[in-house]
Design a protein. Structure first.
Length: 197
């Protein structure tokens, strides 16, 4: 069980790193487009607007299909891909489109992720395991922005930091796909059968 808890901690670390690493620097990236402070605030909200839709729709889809692993891994791939794709574009519209796609993945993953520990842990082990996963994973709230800032200082560009965040998301996705789990622990007794539509 300890290996599984540590693996889930790394998954959560990768998810949180993409979230905070991008969130802390998004206004600066957008401000570099030459916008006013007010415009920067509006444009910076776009990935979060997409994220609101993602949290509700993707979480509902996961519940409807009663499937967790793909629904946790796919958004991490989308987040990593969107962040990496944003480094290719100089055009502000295309860059924000890529970052908004990343927002779908970043925020779509988080609610589904928290169903995974209960597919590995039950009883008293669940409380301690979830606390450990949360504690280790939230260290990325420091590590993600720190890595972004340090790489920006070394290189003078956000590209390296964004690619590092993307790599953390890909690592998290890979771990989700590699981990096996007991799907019977995901569902309450007597829950309806999954919707195949």
């Amino acid at each position: 069980m300890t290996i599984l808890v540590l693996a889930l901690s790394l998954v959560y670390f990768g998810a949180v790193a993409t979230n905070y690493g991008l969130s802390f620097f998004l206004p600066q990236i957008v401000k570099a487009f030459g916008l006013t402070n007010f415009q920067t605030g509006l444009v910076s909200a776009l990935p979060y607007a997409v994220g609101v839709v993602s949290i509700v729709w993707w979480g509902h889809r996961s519940d409807r299909h009663r499937e967790r692993r793909f629904h946790a891994a796919f958004p991490l791939a989308i987040a990593a891909g969107g962040i990496a794709l944003s480094t290719v574009f100089e055009n502000p519209v295309l860059k924000m489109l890529a970052l908004s796609i990343a927002g779908f993945g970043i925020f779509g993953n988080l609610p589904v992720f928290w169903t995974l520990p209960t597919a590995f842990l039950s009883g008293a082990a669940a409380a301690g395991g979830i606390a450990l996963i949360n504690s280790i994973g939230n260290l990325a709230g420091f590590a993600g922005p720190y890595a972004m800032g340090a790489i920006k200082d070394w290189t003078g560009s956000y590209t390296g930091g964004l690619l590092a965040l993307s790599a953390m998301g890909l690592l998290a996705m890979t771990l989700v796909l590699v981990l096996g789990h007991d799907t019977s622990l995901e569902h309450a007794p007597g829950a309806p059968a999954p919707d195949k539509t």
